[in-house]
Ligand binder design. Structure first.
Ligand code: SF4
Length: 683
């Protein structure tokens, strides 16, 4: 059984089918490629600056550009902007981004190809009131919303303009918050209320988004929306396309990693028709990241369209709309506790040690790892090309220890035939576990040899199941049988495939079927040849982050040609991006737009320089109040633009100090963190 309610196939990347929605000449959904879009961060009324940026975005491949239209005056400037774009021969479709101002939306319809509305604030004004809505009150409120929203729908229908119903986790209306809380369900309900009005007017040129800065919440909300849409009567031409993104992802590596985790996990489930990567950087820099994500997903969809689904006996049944970590049992691996509620552990795979210059090899790795400041590599792995010799292993262990690398050491070999239980004296003291490959063509004897070895030597055994996802069930079952026969209890499993996310699900389901539901799972990733590319970062973020967001994974083990300190650092960023292990300050900073009341990049850099040593502290930096207080739900402290040169500071969702001068604000933020007892001095 491979189907689920929100994705066509849990073990294969099959694209969700949708109708095609035209944004000018650019089609979203249907058979169209994944579209890449971005948003200007200029003042909309600065026509030349905005047009320069739109042109720059179009030149780097951005296919749709959004501009903020916060007021009627901004809407009135749109014809001039269009004329200037036409003069420069820039034909990229435009989207007007609307919050709070239906009048600006009505005016914009005549000048753009798409309107984005936020159901949380199109009609409702946020007062952050806690109020009980009985059913009659609730209905009345919805009628009020429909009355204000319907004219825009009719106008869009008349003009052939598309609409995005773009829910944001941080800006749900008080009504939704009071009934559903700031949950994925609340986000979906908020959007469906607006869809009811659209469908009531026979208007279907709709795209949806469900953005959150919390990757898990974003993934869950999009999945729930897909399921809820499928439960409704199908609109003509198919269901509605999705615009996917993680909002306020921040900048640099963290922004890319968070975006890749959320967007990548959704794309691998076949959800997504257009992508916006929200970085606190110049918008032009968002485009290559979105393109890399789109390229990876489209390749998977094309290949997997021809792929047989895995023949898995058991349905994979986690809660796709909430987070629960898979239950595993705790194992002691050379002094390192792995599994159960232990933090997800981090291991570096050093590959095969050289035959010569072993000390230099170990010293080189130690030098790289020594550069790590806030995080540590907790386990090491080496591999052998042939028969596992205790003498060689002892030399490797000594070289690593002499270089100061005392981490538990796992050793990997190709199959059970490379293990000799009669020649294993002293093994258990040298290694924390043995990693054995098992494939479709592994024989029962190979598996039995590995299991017998682990039992006799008394080391933990990790079965690394290799092959394509559809071929993994057989080897998993062979490994499980051999383990049972050898009465092994210290077992782990991992996969080595081109689809680590789908494979992790299959492994979870098969282990449950084999009575090994509690065996810890190792998530593996191999960094490709082009180790320093953005693509390599994205691949790692998806391969590790997608299963982690689903509760799968007790240890991550990464190999590849990148420097060890850089790899370790990135793995921890992935763990933090997936919301599993906080080892540094988390910055939830918006990408900025025409509403931005200060230089977001500069302010973010300034705040980072003062606070980036505060492990686990979450700081939101928002250009304006649109999403501000709502996003504080996810942050410990907030720095939000509240007027030109003015900033309001928050503790959680509560205003701490309102509208202070910007030049004092970052120092006041530090004082605030100190007063709250969350400050530590930098090392
Ligand atoms: S929070 Fe940032 S990106 Fe969002 S509307 Fe305000 S300034 Fe623009």
């Amino acid at each position: 059984m491979t189907s689920s309610t929100y994705t066509k196939d849990l073990f294969v990347g099959r694209r969700r089918e949708t109708r095609e929605v035209m944004i000018g000449d650019v089609g979203i959904g249907g058979g169209n490629p994944l579209r890449v879009q971005s948003m200007t961060n200029t003042d909309t009324r600065d026509v030349r600056g905005s047009v320069d940026q739109i042109e720059a975005l179009a030149e780097v491949g951005c296919e749709i550009v959004r501009i903020t239209v916060p007021s009627i005056r901004d809407a009135e400037i749109l014809p001039e902007m269009r004329a200037e774009l036409a003069k420069r021969n820039v034909g990229v479709p435009l989207v007007a981004d609307i919050h709070f101002t239906p009048n600006a939306a009505m005016l914009s319809v005549d000048h753009v190809e798409k309107i984005r509305i936020n159901p949380g604030n199109y009609v409702d004004k946020k007062k952050f009131e806690v109020r009980e809505f009985n059913d009659a009150d609730y209905e009345r409120e919805i009628e009020k919303v429909a009355g204000r929203f319907r004219p825009l729908v009719l106008r869009c229908r008349e003009r052939g303009v598309a609409m995005r119903i773009g829910t944001n986790h941080g800006s749900l209306s008080d009504r939704i918050m009071n009934r559903f809380g700031d949950t994925p369900l609340g986000m979906v309900e908020s959007a469906l209320e607006f869809l009811d009005v659209c469908e009531g007017a026979n208007y279907h040129d709709i795209v949806f988004s469900m953005k959150a800065s919390n990757t898990q919440v974003a993934i869950q909300a999009y999945r729930l929306l897909a399921q809820r849409l499928d439960e409704r009567p199908m609109p003509p031409g198919g269901s509605y396309p999705f615009h996917i993104g993680v909002t306020e992802a921040g900048d640099g590596e963290d922004g890319r990693i968070k975006s890749a985790i959320g967007i990548g996990a959704l794309l691998e489930d076949g959800l997504g028709d257009t992508i916006r990567v929200s970085l606190t950087e110049h918008p032009v820099r968002e485009v290559p990241v979105a393109e890399a994500l789109a390229k990876r997903a489209f390749k998977i969809w094309v290949v997997d369209a021809e792929t047989t689904s895995a023949d898995c006996i058991t349905a994979y049944t986690p809660d796709p709309f909430g987070y629960t970590r898979r239950t595993s049992k705790i194992l002691n691996l050379g002094g390192l506790s792995v599994g159960a509620s232990e933090p997800v552990r981090v291991e570096l795979d050093l590959g095969a040690p050289p035959m010569n210059d072993l000390d230099d090899w170990a010293a080189g790795h130690a030098k790289s790892i020594a550069k790590l400041r806030d995080v540590e590599c907790e386990s090491l792995q080496v591999s052998t090309a042939g028969v596992l010799e205790p003498g060689i292993l002892e030399t490797v262990r000594k070289a690593l220890t002499a270089a100061g690398l005392n981490q538990p050491l796992a050793v990997a070999c190709r199959d059970g035939a490379d293990l000799d239980a009669d020649n294993s004296a002293g093994f258990a003291a040298l290694i924390s576990r043995v990693v054995v490959d098992v494939r479709n063509d592994s024989t029962d004897d190979d598996c039995a040899a590995a299991a017998t070895f682990a039992a006799k030597v008394d080391v933990a055994l990790e079965w690394r199941v290799c092959g394509e996802v559809a071929d993994l069930s057989g080897p998993i079952r062979s490994a499980a049988t051999a383990s049972r026969e050898a009465r092994l209890t210290r077992l782990l499993f991992s996969t080595n495939t081109s689809r680590q996310n789908h494979a992790a699900r299959l492994l979870t389901a098969e282990l449950a079927e084999q009575g090994l539901a509690q065996a810890p799972i190792v998530l593996r990733h191999s960094i490709g040849v082009d180790a320093d590319s953005e693509r390599a970062t994205i691949d790692m973020a998806i391969d590790l982050g997608a299963p982690l967001c689903e509760g799968i994974g007790d240890l991550v083990s990464v190999s590849g040609s990148r420097a060890l300190d850089q790899t370790t650092d990135q793995v921890y960023r992935v763990l933090q991006g997936a919301r599993l292990r906080a080892t540094r300050t988390e910055f939830i900073s918006c990408p900025s737009c025409g509403r931005t009341l200060f230089d977001l990049e500069e302010v973010t850099a300034r705040i980072k320089s003062k606070t980036d040593h505060l492990k686990g502290v979450k700081i939101a930096i928002m250009g304006c109040i649109v999403n501000g207080p709502g996003e504080m739900a996810d942050a410990d402290f907030g720095y939000v633009g509240s007027g030109v040169g003015r900033v309001t500071l928050y503790v959680g969702k509560e205003v701490f100090v309102r509208s202070i001068a910007e030049d004092q604000a970052s120092d006041r933020l530090v004082e605030l963190i100190k007063d709250s007892g969350r400050w530590v001095d930098p090392a």
